[in-house]
Design a protein. Sequence first.
Length: 308
Amino acid sequence: MPLITETTHGVFVISVTPFHADGTIDWDSSDRVTDFYREAGADGLTILGMMGEAPKLTQGESLDISRRIIARAAGLPVVVGVSAPGLAAVRELATAVMDMGAAGAMVAPPGSLRTDAQIHDYFGQVVEALGAEVPVVLQDFPLSTGVVLSDEALARIIDDYPSIKMLKHEDWPGLAKIGKIRAAESAGRRRISILCGNGGGFLVEEMLRGADGAMTGFAYPEMMVQIVKQIRAGSDERARDLFEAYLPLIRYESQPGLGLVVRKHVLARRGAIASAALRKPGGALDATAAAEVATMIERLSTRLAQLG
């Protein structure tokens, strides 16, 4: 399986982890949703992320899921989230999944980090623990981690740790950060791949600022694939038209505390997974919310038909 590099681009869909209603892993749905993402045109997958309910999994389950999806992806690059409070756990999981054929390891900073120096030193320890041959994705998601990665700290990390090949950009607001990274590269700093999250809610603007694609789990991955392709081809207006058709669902899915519930509900409606169940603690959409989502899906279908 190919490794991620500083030029990796496209859409790496963050996969949900399917569960049965009793909380056990639904392996048939795991296979089905992996196929669903590939058929939607994904360039890669990311597993064991925050939206994959990784904190609710045991270490053994994380290994089993990684093995299953890497094998099922059949050559599609798979990035595996390996974040943990301690570096021993990060190293253990990263070593195991890289041996399975993963394309890279994604690491988010622990919430205890506060200063630029602490953040810089932490990622130096990550690189040392994993080894320079393991490509690392730095997950910058301050709304979840509470860790604010300044432009200056990120610049030092890029300069000092060449095995960090990709930034998973989820700062909000953070569009200016993308532009500053690309401007610094034009002035001689090494390149880093930038794939963006936030449910795809800023994908058009992110791409136009210089991002290489998306790394998020919106329940219509084909939208992200089309947007990235259209903008890379210079068809910005077509990309905006497509994006605006999906915007009501993107907005609804972006609700804090409800996003994954909506995402799994839509994926279940689309037949990608058998059940929308979250592993506990976790909820489900009530009848009113489910009806609202159904209306948005119906209107989306009409809008796409109009766009042709």
